[in-house]
Design a protein around this ligand. Structure first.
Ligand code: SAJ
Length: 441
């Protein structure tokens, strides 16, 4: 099959698509292509996920507007089917790769899933098929890992198969919306491959599809998230400065952002999630073999990772003011997810704080309105606690009856990691208040 024939099949929606990896990205991508008329095969290793999907049920927790309905519809229409059997890929004209690409405790990318998918796919690739890597990978991975593995069974790139890199920009809670409304970088091995990829993605993306090469695509994805991490780290460092000299970072930020071309981000209790915490390390890994010392990107990660411990310092100080030793305290942690109004706890700053406090012997009570194991009556949970620590700006917290909360606490101590209760700073309220980026003069 030539790319011209493949483009015809795409135009006629007769191209057989496959998505390897039916997670946060792969599943909505598969559903969207199936929803616009393609036959989509989903390859997944987790049997319980396969069964749920083939029953038309989304295995993704949390609110994902439109996904459950779309999945149910395309599965019952026979347009999407999940399996663990790679052999079914023999008939596929387009294969999208959406497997996980985590980094380990040494911030080194773990490509086991990527390698396994390539090794399993290579011998089955249909002549002329298009493979697109959507997973986030370190710059240089397409050339160093993907091409060699796909050619490992004797097939040649741009003769027997075509290859591209098209990173996604999804966010939990907005999977379908982001996939359709955010622009995407389309990095292909040849200009004709890019043309074919643009034709394919135009079926589901209403925003710009920006044609380029795959090195650029690898760089854009990791740089855009490293950029955000550095911006957040800067805001956190300014917060520490304000605490040291008696300022209010929230006021400073408001006035700084009135200056043209400034967009100081939000300081806070730390940075979690599976994008911003990982992608800077993928970017850094891409230059490992070059004689290039990176300082800012690793430093930003270090600043952001230090914020949960900073919250612990604020807590210790506030408890001391209340005459309580932190090691003897019972502390209520408000918010365990990594992001407001989400149930996603991956790499949450709260995990780091809770682990640290427990190591010190602190009696920790956790509440989170969105995380199933931590739901419950916040006011009841506050009973006999010596302090409350706000780690996530969940909307339900903003309507909390603070007098009721204070009446349940053994001492009126609150540490505000997300500037949710700035009104408590006034000493008239008899709260012992500490907040990121704020120190009473
Ligand atoms: N955070 C701050 N200060 C800020 C912004 C975020 O401390 O100013 C913290 C959050 O509390 C959270 C973490 O950083 O713990 C990440 O927050 P996020 O808003 O960046 O949310 P993510 O992790 O879901 O980021 C995703 C990313 N999208 C993709 O990788 C496709 C990111 O590029 C987007 O900018 C972000 O969604 C978004 O806001 O859309």
């Amino acid at each position: 099959m030539t790319l011209t024939e493949l483009r015809k099949k795409i135009e006629d929606k007769e191209a057989q698509l496959a998505v390897i990896g039916l997670g946060y990205v792969g599943l909505p991508v598969a559903a969207l292509f199936a929803n616009c008329g393609f036959d989509v095969l989903g390859i997944e290793i987790r049997q319980e996920k396969i069964e749920k999907i083939n029953a038309g049920i989304s295995p993704i927790e949390g609110e994902e507007p439109g996904l459950a309905d779309m999945l149910s519809r395309v599965v019952s229409a026979g347009k999407l089917h999940a399996t663990s059997d790679y052999r079914a890929l023999r008939n596929c004209d387009v294969v999208l790769i959406d497997v996980e690409t985590p980094v380990d405790e040494n911030n080194i990318p773990r490509y086991e899933a990527l390698r396994a998918s390539m090794i399993n796919l290579a011998p089955l690739l249909k002549k002329g098929a298009l493979v697109v890597i959507e997973s986030t990978i370190a710059p240089g991975t397409m050339d160093a890992v993907v091409v060699p593995l796909l050619e490992s069974s004797g097939k040649k790139l741009n003769q027997d198969f075509y290859l591209g890199n098209c990173p996604e920009r999804v966010m939990p809670g907005k999977l379908l919306t982001n996939l359709q409304s955010l622009s995407r970088v389309v990095g292909g091995g040849t200009p004709e491959t890019v043309q074919t990829m643009v034709l394919l993605y135009r079926n589901i993306v209403q925003a710009d599809l920006d044609p380029t090469d795959w090195i650029t695509a690898e760089l854009v994805k990791t740089v855009e998230n490293a950029y955000r991490d550095v911006q957040i780290a800067f805001a956190n460092e300014v917060a520490l400065i304000c605490e040291a000299i008696g300022g209010d970072v929230w006021k400073v930020r408001e006035l700084v952002n009135k200056s043209p071309y400034r967009q100081m981000h939000l300081p806070g209790a730390g940075v979690g999630g599976h994008c911003i915490t990982k992608d800077p390390w993928l970017l850094a890994y891409g230059v490992e073999e070059y004689d290039l010392l990176l300082r800012m990107i690793p430093a930003a990660r270090s600043v952001n990772d230090s914020m949960p411990l900073h919250i612990a310092r604020l807590l210790r100080s506030a408890l001391a003011e209340a005459g309580c030793l932190i090691d003897d305290a019972r502390v209520l942690i408000m918010g365990y997810a990594y992001l407001e109004n989400s149930d996603d706890t991956r790499n949450s700053p709260s995990i780091a704080l809770v682990n640290y406090l427990k190591q010190r012997g602190v009696d920790v009570v956790v509440h989170d309105p969105y995380v199933p194991m931590y739901q419950g009556d916040l006011i009841e949970l506050a009973k006999d606690c010596d302090a409350a620590v706000v780690m996530v700006a969940h909307t339900p917290y903003k309507s909390l009856d603070l007098d009721e909360l204070k009446s349940m606490l053994r001492s009126p101590v609150i540490v505000d990691g997300r500037n949710v209760f700035p009104e408590l700073r006034k000493s008239t309220d008899q709260w012992i208040y500490r907040g990121v980026g704020f120190r009473a003069k």
